[in-house]
Design a protein around this ligand. Structure first.
Ligand SMILES: Cc1cc2nc3c(=O)[nH]c(=O)nc-3n(C[C@H](O)[C@H](O)[C@H](O)COP(=O)(O)O)c2cc1C
Length: 436
C-alpha cells in the first residue's frame, strides 16, 4: 500500500492522530511524537512552514505488518521471502515526487526538526539515501543529515557500511539522493542491509509495488511516490556532525563527517515531511526487526530455525534470541555462529528450544537458568568487529569498534532425560466451582 493510501486507511480505522494545533519544529514536534508513544500522527499546522509533518508509521510490528498488507505472525516469513526473491521495480516518467522541482534549494524552507536540547543542529532522520557503487550497483540505506548551511548537510556515514565503502574507494564526489516521506515497504527495505549487490529498492518492490523514477539532476533512481527527494553530492569536504542521540538512547558524540551538498529538491505539491525521533520505538523497530530475517536465513542454512527476535532491551540491535528445533548435539553452537553472521553488529545471542516463548523475557531467562552451563554452553569471541553504538566497545578514531561477543546455548543438552528439562504444567480449573 502506498503511503497516502496507508495513512487514509489508518485514519478510517481511527489509528491516526491529527494534531491541529500549530507546532514548532524546535523540540515541540519531537516531544509530541514522544508523548504519543509514536502512534501514527500528522501535524496539520507547522509553524513557519507550508508542509505537514507525519511520523509513527513503523513504530510497532502491527502497524508495519498492516503497512505491508500482512499480519504480525506472517511478517518474518514475508521479509524472508522478499530477501530471497527481490523484484526489479518498474520505471515511470511522470512521478508525484517531481511535481515541484527546486533548482536553487534552501534547507531553511524544509521543516527539519530540532529533536533534543544538546543536538548539534536541525536533523533529517527518516532519510532514505541511495547511491551507486561502480562495482556493486545501487545501494539504499539511512543516513542522518545535520543541516549546516543553505544547501548543505553533514551526513553520518558509518565505516564499513556500503555508502562509506563506496565513498572511501574514490577521491571524487559521490552522487546521492535522499528520499523523505516513504511507504512502509521502502522504509523497511532501506534498513534490511542485504549483502552488497542486492538492490534494496527491489526488496521494497517485492514487499509491495514500488515504482521508480530517474532523478532530475543525478544518475540515480528514487521511489516515484516519495514526498521529498534531496538530490546532491557527498563531497570530499568534512565538517562537524553531532552530537545526536543514537539507538542506545545515549548521546553520540561530535565527529567530522562528509558534507552532502543538495543541488536540487523535488517534492509533491502538497508534500508531507516525515519525522522519526532518534533512539525511540520507530528507530529501534527499523534497526532491529529487519535483522531478524537475515539472522533467520543464516541460521536456517545450518540448523532448523523456528523464530528470531532482536530484543528492545538490547537497544534493538545488540541482542538476539534464536529459537531452533534441535536435532543434533552441536545445533545450538552452530546457530550461534550463524546468527552472528546474519547480523554483524550483534553482541550477545541466546539460542533456545522451540518450547520457549522468545517474546517472553522471563521464559528466555528461565531457559538460561535451567538449560545452560557456562563452561560447556557458552561461546566467547573477544576482539570482534562490533557496533559503533555500544558505549562499552573499544572505539578508536578511524578504526572499526572492537567488542567481545558472547553466544549462550540455552537448549536442552543432548543425551539427557528431556523430561527433566520440561516445564511442568498445572491444569486451569473453572474457579466458579470453588469460589462463591
Ligand atoms: C532510522 C535509521 C537511521 C540510521 N542512520 C544511519 C546513519 O546516520 N548512518 C549510517 O551509516 N547508518 C545509519 N543507519 C543504519 C543503516 O541504514 C543500516 O545499517 C543499513 O542497513 C546498512 O546497510 P548497507 O551496509 O547496505 O549500507 C540508520 C538506520 C535507521 C533505521
Amino acid at each position: 500500500m502506498n503511503l497516502r493510501d496507508f495513512l487514509q486507511e489508518l485514519e478510517k480505522e481511527k489509528k491516526l492522530v491529527h494534531v491541529e494545533k500549530e507546532v514548532s519544529v524546535e523540540y515541540e514536534a519531537a516531544n509530541v511524537i514522544y508523548s504519543l508513544n509514536e502512534k501514527p500522527v500528522i501535524f496539520d499546522h507547522v509553524k513557519g512552514y507550508p508542509f505537514k509533518i507525519f511520523a509513527g508509521i513503523t513504530s510497532d510490528r502491527d502497524i508495519i505488518a498492516q503497512g505491508l498488507g500482512t499480519t504480525k505472525d506472517k511478517l518474518l516469513a514475508k521479509l524472508v521471502d522478499a530477501l530471497r526473491h527481490p523484484k526489479q521495480p518498474e520505471m515511470i516518467t511522470n512521478a508525484p515526487c517531481q511535481e515541484v522541482v527546486v533548482k536553487d534549494p534552501d534547507l531553511s524552507t524544509i521543516p527539519l526538526l530540532f529533536h533534543l536540547d544538546g543536538d548539534g543542529g536541525r536533523y533529517g532522520s527518516a532519510t532514505v539515501a541511495t547511491i551507486k557503487d561502480p562495482e556493486t550497483g545501487r545501494n539504499v540505506c539511512y543516513h542522518r543529515l545535520m543541516e549546516i548551511g543553505k544547501n548543505k548537510f553533514t551526513a553520518r556515514l558509518i565505516k564499513k557500511r556500503q555508502t562509506r565503502t563506496t565513498y572511501d574507494k574514490t577521491d571524487e564526489d559521490i552522487e546521492m539522493a535522499v528520499c523523505v516521506g516513504n511507504s512502509v515497504a521502502v522504509m523497511i527495505a532501506a534498513s534490511l542491509g542485504p549483502p552488497p549487490g542486492v538492490d534494496e529498492f527491489s526488496l521494497a518492490n517485492a514487499l509491495d509495488e514500488t515504482k521508480m523514477v530517474k532523478c532530475v539532476t543525478k544518475d540515480l533512481e528514487v521511489p516515484a511516490e516519495s514526498e521529498f527527494v534531496f538530490e546532491g553530492r557527498i563531497t570530499r569536504n568534512l565538517d562537524r556532525e553531532g552530537p545526536f542521540v543514537d539507538l542506545t538512547e545515549t548521546r553520540d558524540f561530535e565527529r567530522q563527517e562528509p558534507v552532502f551538498v543538495v543541488d536540487c529538491i523535488t517534492h509533491r505539491k502538497d508534500a508531507m515531511y516525515q519525522a522519526l525521533i532518534p533512539g525511540r520505538l520507530e528507530h529501534k523497530m527499523l534497526m532491529g526487526m529487519p535483522k531478524e530475517p537475515t539472522i533467520y536465513d543464516e541460521v536456517s542454512k545450518v540448523v532448523s530455525c523456528k523464530n528470531v527476535l532482536v530484543t528492545m532491551g538490547g537497544g534493538s540491535w545488540l541482542h538476539g534470541i534464536v529459537q531452533i528445533q534441535k536435532q543434533h548435539p552441536d545445533d545450538g553452537k552452530k546457530a550461534i555462529e550463524a546468527a552472528f553472521n546474519g547480523h554483524k553488529s550483534m553482541k550477545h545471542v541466546v539460542v533456545v528450544d522451540d518450547d520457549v516463548d522468545i517474546y517472553d523475557p522471563q521464559a528466555v531467562e528461565w531457559a538460561i537458568a535451567t538449560r545452560f552451563q557456562g563452561h560447556n554452553d557458552m561461546i566467547m569471541k573477544p576482539d570482534q568487529p562490533g557496533s559503533s553504538l555500544d558505549p562499552s566497545g573499544k572505539h578508536e578514531e578511524g578504526k572499526k569498534t572492537l567488542t567481545t561477543k558472547i553466544g549462550i546455548d540455552a537448549t536442552i543438552p543432548s543425551d539427557v532425560d528431556k523430561k527433566k528439562y520440561e516445564i511442568v504444567k498445572y491444569k486451569t480449573v473453572d474457579l466458579h466451582d470453588y469460589l462463591r
